[in-house]
Design a protein around this ligand. Structure first.
Ligand SMILES: Nc1ncnc2c1ncn2[C@@H]1O[C@H](COP(=O)(O)OP(=O)(O)O)[C@@H](O)[C@H]1O
Ligand SMILES: [Mg+2]
Length: 381
């Protein structure tokens, strides 16, 4: 009998999980309230229900041998409920940390890793303390403006963030967020950003992908390329930091860790308890993709070889903005065997919405990064 694997969330990451599971001989079930969710198109079963619907969760648990998640924000109570009936990887406890910026930062600090200077903003007293210490510029104040206020939960692609130029704005800006729990972080000078994606199996085996150099525009990932030109010591430090995080969390699954490089110092930005946009190149240029690793870790198999199949690869995202004057001219890419276009099957091309991505491989990271961007421009109407 063909066994079934489950995933919470039906976005493009869920869809690639479904496709990877399919070619490994599994059926899949997706839980997502959106009837048009991309993963629903390829899954054997799409349960259209809210993530906290107990009947839906019961159904998922009864049909599947194991369940994972494709986004960081499923209710932890849902994961805990599932875990009473079926294997859930990564653990609800690990997802709980990754879905809350405060806990994520406190966890990283507790295992000896640096994060950008920040303060917690959850109460009126917090707001007053940050404002007063900032304005008085006391030694208690760990940071200086500009700051970025980030909601502790549910932020993605730069959403749930506000830039603060003066400490006197803290209360007003926090009120504009409805006074939900936030963190306030120093805006640091970013020399570069990179991410480390790894998989860890339930036996403790770890496979780390080559670190990916990332460029964000307006808080959204725009370009990723490998290998990165960042100082190799910092990249190695990123890899060992990601391994520390995975081991300390007793993590099972695919974990992505985003890093900032500022003045030769490494800061952990955030964790994603799932495959990551910056790892999409592994679909076209690694012996094992991040999604195959996700399936392997979920079912308790040994991990695949994460090494690259080409010397260099670059990926650019295709946001809905590129559809503004009509559908991109994908036909222009036909015949280019080193370039792949991935479309997620989303019907509505809204600005900032990830509609797909384009990957191109070659010999040199700088050259492929430039080529990916110019190909994207060339197909944009
Ligand atoms: N403290 C900071 N200093 C400078 N740039 C930042 C800072 N925080 C975020 N950014 C920029 O915004 C991007 C998105 O922020 P991030 O905290 O990763 O949120 P998201 O969950 O939306 O990815 C980062 O990749 C980086 O380019
Ligand atoms: Mg991020």
């Amino acid at each position: 009998m063909v066994e079934m694997l489950g995933v919470l969330g039906g976005g493009q990451l869920g869809n690639y999980f479904v496709l990877a599971a399919k070619i490994m001989g599994y059926q899949t079930a997706v839980l997502d309230p959106d009837p048009n969710a991309p993963a629903g198109l390829n899954a054997d079963l799409h349960i259209v229900a809210p993530f906290d619907d107990l009947d839906a969760l019961r159904k998922l648990a009864s049909l599947c041998i194991a369940v994972t998640t494709e986004f960081e924000n499923p209710p932890v109570s849902s994961l805990e409920f599932l875990a009473q009936h079926v294997t859930v990887r990564p653990s609800p406890a690990a997802v709980a940390i990754a879905q809350n910026r405060r806990e994520e930062k406190q966890f990283c600090q507790s295992v000896g890793l640096l994060v950008a200077p920040y303060d917690v903003l959850e109460t009126e007293e917090d707001a007053e303390r940050i404002r007063r210490d900032g304005i008085l510029n006391t030694h208690l104040n760990p940071f200086r403006t500009p700051l970025i206020m980030k909601t502790s939960r549910n932020g993605y692609d730069g959403k749930g963030q506000r830039h603060i130029h003066d400490f006197s704005e803290i209360s007003k800006q926090w009120a504009a967020f409805g006074k939900v729990p936030c963190i306030v972080e120093q805006k640091i000078v970013l020399d570069a950003e990179f991410s480390v994606i790894l998989a860890r199996s339930n036996s403790g085996e770890i496979a780390v992908f080559t670190p990916t150099h990332n460029v964000h525009v307006d808080g959204i990932l725009d370009l990723s390329f490998v290998p990165s030109s960042i100082n190799s010591q910092l990249l190695e430090q990123g890899k060992s930091s990601a391994v520390i995080i995975a081991e300390e969390l007793e993590y099972v699954g695919v974990l992505a860790v985003e890093f900032f490089v500022s003045e030769n110092t490494l800061f952990v930005n955030e964790l994603a308890p799932r495959p990551h946009n910056s790892g999409h190149w592994t679909l076209d240029a690694a012996r094992t993709s991040q999604f195959e690793q996700q399936v392997r870790a979920l079912i308790g198999e040994s991990l695949g070889n994460p090494s690259m199949t080409s010397s260099a690869v670059a990926m650019v995202n295709l946001l809905g903005d590129r559809w503004f004057n009509g559908e991109p001219h994908f036909n222009l890419l036909r015949g280019d065997a080193s370039t792949h276009v991935h479309l997620y099957g989303k019907k509505e091309p809204r600005p900032g919405r990830k509609m797909g991505h384009l990957t191109t491989t070659g010999d040199d990271a700088n050259a492929v990064a430039l080529r990916a961007q110019s190909l994207r421009d060339a197909i944009t109407p």
